[in-house]
Design a protein around this ligand. Structure first.
Ligand SMILES: [Zn+2]
Length: 429
């Protein structure tokens, strides 16, 4: 046990090679004054021992100390070269073990908040309140440490099943316009590889090309939503990979068509948008529920509501179409798959069917190979869906992102599987 008061102080403050000059607890924030006690340095230009010029105090946000927000007052020494002819006139000492230049936070606090915000998906606001500092101080540190961690070259290796998926990252500006991003995903491992701005093919294509031909050569399966621009990217950069339509998006499209049909029929039969009293409006949730989750009572109710609000049986037809699409994924026989998709597409394109069902049939036809390929590849839809849910959690914690850079770092810290054991050793950007 240490009993020397000066040493006790140093241990509690926990920084290497510093003298604790004093402590001020007369404010709501605890202030700890320190100075480095490293030896007098030599001039970096001429090597002569430097002279002490003066001191400059820098205040850094530190980890809370015994339940109190804490500031480290670092009395930095300024040195000057005694040689009047030397171009190196004066400089301020740096010690990255205490704090990185430019950041208003100690190094240990920076690493800690990166884990709080990045790994635990706590909000920047919440952490800033805990440290008693402002939002920007925390966010700058998360970007500086987080970017170094997510851009570490070992974060991911070869990828066999690659996925592209569009994600809404913010609504902003006049009319709350939507801004999209593209997630690049290792579908096999369930790892977010990166996010790039926009939902066109240009950015993901450039990203993939940067990985190089050897990396691209390992990709055996390429999963995508039903988007032509991602298809073109895969055609160009991984022409030998088997393209697989993500079941999650195929089923979602069938649900969207069903919803379109319901709203159209509602409008045509009653002449207004759905309200609480309308049978079609009342069954909208039952319609999108999977058949096996409806139960007998739910099904009875659904059929009753359809009888009341769907005189030509169009919504019922769209509902059957959606269920048939879901059933595509209840079997895993690759032999049967293409035949099944073709028959389904053909049935749906029948002239007597509602326009939404025919449109769904045309899409199934256009993507028949990619849809059937799922049965051979068996890359499940789980990872993409799980990934999107995780990203949503990050977005909720951030109340939406304004800057793409913040969004990228936060999404990758949370769902990109960075090697957290490296956090102690990386250098902040
Ligand atoms: Zn000098």
């Amino acid at each position: 046990m240490v009993q020397d008061p000066a040493r006790i102080c140093e241990i509690l403050v926990g920084l290497p090679e510093v003298n604790v000059l004093g402590v001020d607890d007369s404010h709501p924030v605890l202030e700890i004054h320190v100075e480095c006690r490293g030896p007098r340095p030599g001039c970096s230009e001429c090597g002569v021992f430097a002279h002490l010029k003066d001191q400059r105090i820098v205040t850094l946000v530190d980890l809370p100390c015994f339940g109190k927000p804490t500031r480290l007052w670092w009395h930095k020494r300024r040195w000057k070269c005694p040689d009047r002819d030397c171009p190196n006139r004066s400089w301020t000492e740096e010690d990255r073990r205490i704090g990185a230049p430019r950041l208003a936070m100690t190094d240990r606090a920076g690493r800690w908040i990166t884990e709080q915000v990045g790994r635990c998906a706590r909000s920047v606001n919440e952490v800033a309140r805990e440290l008693g500092c402002d939002w920007h101080t925390v966010n700058d540190a998360v970007l500086a440490y987080g970017e170094a961690l997510v851009d570490h070259p070992d974060r991911f290796g070869d990828v066999q099943a690659l996925g592209l998926d569009e994600v809404l990252f913010v609504r902003e500006g006049p009319f709350h316009r939507q801004h999209f991003s593209t997630s690049i995903v290792d579908v096999g491992r369930g790892q977010l590889l990166d996010v790039v701005p926009g939902r066109s093919g240009a950015e993901p294509k450039a990203w993939l090309e940067r990985q190089g031909p050897a990396w691209l050569g390992q990709v055996r399966f390429a999963t995508l939503d039903l988007s032509g621009s991602y298809r073109a990217v895969f055609d160009a950069v991984v022409p030998n990979a088997t393209q697989v339509a993500d079941p999650f998006h195929v089923v979602r499209l069938a649900n969207e068509k069903l919803d379109e049909c319901r709203r159209r029929v509602q409008n045509e039969t009653l002449g207004h948008r759905g309200t609480k009293a309308d049978p079609l409006y009342r069954c909208r949730r039952l319609l999108t529920k999977a058949d096996e989750r409806l139960g007998e009572a739910g099904k009875e109710k659904l059929l009753g509501l359809l009888r009341a609000g769907d005189p030509r049986g169009e919504v019922a037809m769209a509902w059957h179409a959606k269920e048939a699409v879901c059933e595509l994924y209840t079997h895993t026989d690759p032999e049967l798959a293409l035949e099944w998709v073709d028959r389904l597409a053909l049935d749906m394109e029948d002239r007597d069917h509602p326009t939404e069902v025919r449109s769904l049939g045309r899409t199934l036809h256009r993507w028949r190979l990619q849809i059937a390929a799922w049965h051979g590849a068996l890359v499940t839809n789980g990872p993409t869906e799980a990934m999107n849910n995780l990203i949503k959690r990050v977005k909720r914690a951030a109340f939406g992102f304004r800057r793409f850079r913040s969004y990228r770092v936060r999404a990758l810290l949370y769902t990109g599987k960075p090697n957290w054991s490296l956090l102690a050793t990386i250098s902040p950007r």
